[in-house]
Structures are given as structure tokens and as C-alpha cells.
Design a protein around this ligand. Sequence first.
Ligand code: ZN
Length: 306
Amino acid sequence: MQNYWGIDLGGTKIEGVILSAPSPDAVIIRKRIDTEAHLGYDHIMSQIVRLIDLLKAETDLQPDRIGFGTPGTFDPARQTMKNCNTTVLNGRPMKQDLARLLNVPVAVANDANCFALAESTMGIVPDVVPNFQSVFGVIMGTGVGGGVVVRGRDGVPFVLNGLQGIGGEWGHNILEENGYACYCGKRGCNEQVISGPALQRYYQQISGEERTMKEIMERYQEGNDLVASQTVNRMLEYFGRAVSVIINILDPDAIVLGGGVGNVDLLYTEGVERAKKYVFNSREINTRFLKPKLGDSAGVFGAALL
Ligand SMILES: [Zn+2]
């Protein structure tokens, strides 16, 4: 019987899972170890091998193939990693190195793609739109990312990685002319406008006070902090614009909003209203905006589904 092996490679932890079926109830084993990224690339590779050896030893199972969720992107042209915040991975042929070290075929996708795939296959999407054609998964948290999942002719959903491996990289669309500088080299990317840190920074610049996103939302609800209102209004307005781009290009059946900011209830009501102003077909949007169901598990489950 085919099992699903997935590894979620994070900056601090590497997590592994074996599933007997594409379901959150089908976990055979789940295990995490420290990445110890400061010890370098070769060390991270050996930690991954160690984790897989542990999974094998504890279950007596062998993988046919293994899926990897990574913090950055696998560049199909160069066959190396790029855009990883665990920077020692950048420029490295991680996919080939893993296939060689582990002696099985490997698939690699970034964490937003894994999130989108997991929620589409075994998370909230099948509950609400089981016959979807496409889904866009958004992560709005410390960073902003996205992933596109499409149902194949065989009925199986897959990640659309794209020619450059940047399919769904919504976080670095430019949203605000002359906005905050981004690490990617541009200014005013989605990530620099509607991520948690970007909104907190906006609040701080106007009010002079440092507050968490949670505090800003609370003060907005209380209704007597003008800067909190401005910040929330900014979030909603730019969310509407950013989301309208997704709908105009892909017109997915559902958009799943993950990450800390993605959890803000107002996005699903007022945020969608704002999007209507900018979508080509403005009278009505039937796109489902969904809260994810798998929580922190989406990354490792999505990796297993690759
Ligand atoms: Zn950027």
C-alpha cells in the first residue's frame, strides 16, 4: 500500500509525517527535530536524513518517494533553491542532493504551496467546494505568500509551480507605489503592506506606539483609537485590491486565508466587499473565502501530498 511521506523543513524545526491516506486522521507517525540551520547546509541535509531514518526505524516502513515543503522556491531552470529565508539553502541543489542521499524520488514545493495543497485536498476546501477546479491558498502572517492548486484531468489536485517556480508568489506583487522597501529588492509588495509586521509598522509610524496586530484589532473594536481604525481600513482596502488580482487572473472557486492576519474575521466580510470594487465582474463575487482547518499541520501534510 502506498503511504505518503512528507517533510516540512523550517528554519528552527524539521518535521516529518507518514500518512496512510490523504486525511488528517491517517497519521501513522509524526516527528520533529531541530534544524540547527546555523551549522550550515550539509548539516541540514544530514538532519533530514536522520529524521527519515528515525521514521523508518519506528514504523518499519520504506518510502517510494518523499515530498518536501521548504521555506523558499525550487528554481526549475537552475535546479537550485532561491528566496529561502533559511539563507544557507539558497543556490543549493537541494532536490538532487536529497534524492541522492535518500535514494528515492523527491518532490519540493514552498510552504505556501504545501498549505494550499493540504487545505485543498484534506482541509477545509473539500468540505465546502468538493468539486473545485482551482483554489488559491494565501498566507498572511509574518510574511505573505500564496499557492495555486488545480484539479488535474485525473481528478487529483496538484500545485501549479510554474515555469520559474514562482507560480502563486502573490506576496511580491506590487501593491503600493513607493511603499516600504522589501527584501526582494522592490517597494510596496503585498508583504510590505498587509503582513502583520507591515501593519504594525504603519500603526507605529502614525501613533508613535508599538502594538501587536492583536492589540490593534482590539483597539479598533473598542472604537476610540483613530490610528487603529486607519490601520484596519488600510488592511481591508489593500486586501481588497490584492485579492482582486487573484480573482481577475485565476478566478478560483475558493481562496483559503492562512496565517495570523488571515484569521481576522473582518477580511471575510468587509475585506470581500472591498475586493468587489476592484474585481472585473463587480456585481457579485461567489468566490468562497475560507478559514483553514489544518492549522500548523498544513505544511507537513501538504509536503506528504506532493
Ligand atoms: Zn517583495
